[in-house]
Each structure stands twice: as structure tokens, then as C-alpha cells.
Design a protein around this ligand. Structure first.
Ligand code: ATP
Length: 134
């Protein structure tokens, strides 16, 4: 089976590095499935999960936006934040989700609203990745 080298990097350092058979994630333009030999491209990502398939195993990494750069034998993801499922603190994500939900209910101004919406998305994404809800 051919493989791709995948690196997921944040401003705090590398989070994931491995050879995998397939990478899938959500770009802003829609779902992306990448196999070895894919044409080169760069695309902005949504807040979402990166699924890394290898030998019947699928590992999940939660990413908050950023970019994916695809080359035929290598994929690099540069994200603002990224956590492997096993390093997610589910309690922290649930608390963050509740805070964001109460902010969305009070709705003071557009800036707070957008910020709370993004915080809610990040928290729900972390909960889903932790629970392997994909
Ligand atoms: P919180 O309100 O809990 O800080 P947040 O969405 O505002 O959540 P971010 O700004 O996205 O947090 O992330 C800040 C740092 O904390 C990043 O390094 C991120 O990887 C880490 N992080 C955030 N939430 C979690 C979590 N639930 N489990 C593990 N690491 C987390």
C-alpha cells in the first residue's frame, strides 16, 4: 500500500507526524479525501477533524482552521490549534461549550457573537473528536 507523509503543525510545535494511507478533512470548499499521488494544492480548512487512515486504524486530530498543503507524497497542515483525540480534555471542552452558549444567548454585539460562535465550534469539534463521533 502506498503512503503519504503527514505533518500537523501549530504555532506551539508539531502535533502529528506519520505515514498514512489516506487523509480526509473539511476544507472551506467541502470535504477533501487525499490519497498518495494527489495533485498539489493549498486550501483553507474549517474547524473540524482530520482523519488519518492506516492499516485499518483511523486516528482523529481536532484542528481549528488553518491551511492544508498537499503534494503527491506529503501533506502538511498548519493549524492555529490541533489536538490528537487522546490529548483532548473533554471537561474543558464541555465548559468552553457552555460558556459559548451563554454568550450566544446574551448577544451583546456582533464581535462577541462571532467570537462565541467560533468558540462553540471549537468546543463541539473537540467533544466530537474525543467521542470519535465521525
Ligand atoms: P478554552 O475556552 O477551553 O480555552 P478555546 O477554544 O478558547 O478553549 P483555544 O484558544 O482554541 O481554546 O486553544 C488554546 C490552547 O489550548 C491550544 O493549545 C489548544 O490546543 C488547547 N486546548 C483548548 N481546548 C482544549 C481541550 N479541551 N483539550 C486539550 N487542549 C485544549
Amino acid at each position: 500500500m502506498k503512503t503519504l507523509k503527514v505533518n500537523i503543525v501549530t504555532p506551539d510545535g508539531p502535533v502529528y507526524e506519520s505515514e498514512v494511507e489516506m487523509v480526509s478533512t473539511k476544507a472551506q470548499s467541502g470535504e477533501l479525501g487525499i490519497l498518495p499521488g494527489h495533485i498539489p494544492m493549498v486550501a483553507p480548512l474549517q474547524i473540524g477533524a482530520v482523519r488519518l487512515k492506516n492499516g485499518g486504524n483511523t486516528e482523529l486530530v481536532a484542528v481549528s482552521g488553518g491551511f492544508i498543503e498537499v503534494r503527491p507524497e506529503q501533506v502538511t497542515i498548519l493549524a492555529q490549534t490541533a489536538e490528537r483525540s487522546e490529548s483532548i480534555d473533554p471537561e474543558r471542552a464541555r465548559e468552553s461549550k457552555s460558556r459559548a452558549e451563554s454568550r450566544l444567548q446574551t448577544q451583546r454585539d456582533d464581535v462577541d457573537f462571532r467570537r462565541a460562535e467560533l468558540a462553540l465550534k471549537r468546543a463541539m469539534n473537540r467533544i466530537n473528536v474525543y467521542e470519535r463521533n465521525f
